[in-house]
Design a protein around this ligand. Sequence first.
Ligand SMILES: Nc1ncnc2c1ncn2[C@@H]1O[C@H](COP(=O)(O)OP(=O)(O)OP(=O)(O)O)[C@@H](O)[C@H]1O
Length: 259
Amino acid sequence: MDQVLNFDHVSFQRGTRTILNNINWQVKKRENWAILGLNGAGKTTLLKMIHGDIWPTSGKLTVLDHLFGQTNIPQLRRSIGWVSNALQDWLHPGDLVEQIVLSGKFASIGLYEKYTSLDLQSACELLIRLGGKKLLGKTYRVLSQGERQLVLIARALMAKPKLLILDEPCNGLDLFARERLLNKIATISQLPNHPALLLVSHYTEELLPCFTNLLLLKKGEIYAAGSRQRLLTASMLTNFYAAPIRIIEDSQRVIIYPK
Ligand SMILES: Nc1ncnc2c1ncn2[C@@H]1O[C@H](COP(=O)(O)OP(=O)(O)OP(=O)(O)O)[C@@H](O)[C@H]1O
């Protein structure tokens, strides 16, 4: 299996509204993509579809060799790591951090399946490797926003996913916590056999160099998809946002702001 995602003329409608229109997009194994788009462009809808929360109303979608309509979605979800603020509303705040990390193995909210002491040990070790040793034994409700994001990343990695979705993972983080989280993401991107990464962000400075591909989504359609080098330019983004953009860049990061 070389392909992680294959959107083949996929559209999504709700009532009379077309929210995603004729999406054609392929992601290969170990590719890392960042998705940019204004509020309401359809980014979350796209991610929800990949996660099997909603289905295409037309077109064909294949995720990790699972063709929608002919597949077991709960099974598919176990191969997808999911980090999103939306998850924070669903998790049980009284659960211990290690229980939350462990639940990632089963792609469940809460722990309902049998697990072994080895599973629990793996969850603790994973969190320690990500720098979260001091969080063990705490309940989720007492954690800061940055600590919660770290737990969500550990939870997402617990099932050794083939695809890791990061939906605005830096939301609410201070400048330094954001940098620490980005460093963790960079580390994941360097692991042998790392999962393909999909990052949604509104801020280009969060697009680490490992995000070598960009999807520009506008009003539910793909405006452009391809290499970072080609798309992360002032002229492309000025056209994309339909507003003059100034760009500041060094070898590692790009900052943009409206002129
Ligand atoms: N179930 C639904 N029924 C009707 N409209 C919907 C539904 N889901 C999403 N939309 C609309 O589709 C559009 C795209 O929503 P989506 O949440 O995917 O945007 P987004 O790019 O993630 O935006 P943001 O950056 O603000 O998070 C929005 O206008 C939203 O109101």
